[in-house]
Ligand binder design. Structure first.
Ligand SMILES: Cc1ncc(COP(=O)(O)O)c(C=O)c1O
Length: 319
């Protein structure tokens, strides 16, 4: 075997090992600061402030028939988050959009992915700089990464089972702390809540220090009582979820009364239905909260109606 062949063979083996150890890098498009790079070796500097301090923002868009839903709204929210984080973004909304759409196209051009729906995440960090909080450390050009891979939404079978959530002791961040309205990359509080939920639960719901329910770790929460849809108001300190917004609009359109009011966790225990919303899971039933079974453990009729209406409206929103 020639030396070059040995090198090529070794490299191919190494690549295969990396892919088998890290299956999540397969069929993934990574763009770093506008350059597409090999997902297996993609890296960011250890001095990046997102890594050092959780000093980053992000958005996740998903596609329907290959087209990203609510792209403008995602980018508007990214720019709102940047304002809250006092971060000066390096690119325009149009440029981020162009690059996200190009990476979705590149993903669908991968072998076997032409019909796959895409999960497209943009992460913006304050950039790489000297460790510390001095202005000379903080005023670095922002960096961005776009990561696109196959969307993995929950199955129809999971929909029938619904999610089981625990209301944890940990509080949602106060808006005067790391404001939940800002979609920052700092999810340690939410992750700790998720870990607290523990075995037997899919995820966690968080109250604020006043004992009012806010939202889940990565989703908004709703309940239905006597035909009225209720969810926490934005000023309690939650993310202005795009699916939450769309669901509230749809409910109004379907003449289902909605209320955005503060409520304690016990309202969920007594609810006729509970459901969650997020970009990836759309409108999804919750069938257990703490030890209480909701809607006899099945998706409720209003949850199903809103879920179907959401899917039906997608084409209009994409147009
Ligand atoms: C804390 C939090 N709330 C709500 C949501 C749902 O927002 P959207 O519907 O825009 O995905 C998310 C999504 O990541 C989230 O992280």
């Amino acid at each position: 075997m020639l030396l070059e062949e040995v090198i090529l063979w070794t490299r191919a083996c190494f690549t295969a090992i990396v892919a088998s150890v890290n299956p999540f890098v397969e069929n993934t498009i990574i763009v770093i600061n506008g350059q597409q790079v090999d997902a297996k070796t993609a890296s960011i500097p250890v001095f990046d402030r997102g890594f050092l301090y959780g000093d980053s923002l992000y958005e996740v868009a998903r596609t329907y028939g290959g087209k990203a839903l609510f792209m403008s709204e995602h980018l508007d929210r990214l720019f709102e988050s940047a304002k809250l984080a006092r971060m000066q973004l390096s690119q325009s909304k149009e440029e981020y959009r162009r690059q996200m759409e190009a990476s979705i196209q590149a993903f669908r051009a991968l072998p076997g992915q032409s019909q796959s729906e895409a999960y497209c995440r943009i992460i913006v960090t304050r950039g790489a700089g000297k460790i510390g909080f001095g202005l000379n450390c903080v005023m670095t050009p922002t960096q961005y990464v776009i990561l696109t891979q196959k969307l993995e939404p929950p199955s129809a079978e999971q929909f029938q089972k619904g999610f089981k959530y625990r209301v944890v002791e940990r509080f949602r961040n106060h808006p005067n702390a790391t404001d939940p309205a800002m979609k920052s990359g700092n999810y340690l509080n939410s992750l700790l809540a998720f870990l607290e939920a523990g075995d037997g639960f899919d995820d966690a719901l968080l109250c604020n220090a006043d004992g009012h329910l806010t939202e889940g770790t990565t989703f908004n929460i709703f309940y239905v009582k006597n035909g009225i849809v209720v969810t926490s108001p934005l000023d309690i300190g939650i993310l202005d979820g795009l699916t939450r917004r769309a669901t509230l609009e749809l409910a109004k359109k379907l003449k289902i009364p909605v209320r955005e009011v503060r409520f304690p966790k016990e309202r969920l225990y007594e609810a006729d239905e509970v459901f969650m919303t997020s970009t990836i899971k759309e409108v999804f039933p919750v069938t257990k909260v703490d030890q209480h079974t909701i809607a006899k453990g099945k998706p409720g009729p209003i949850t199903e109606k809103l879920n179907q209406a959401f899917r039906k409206e997608v084409q209009t929103w994409l147009a």
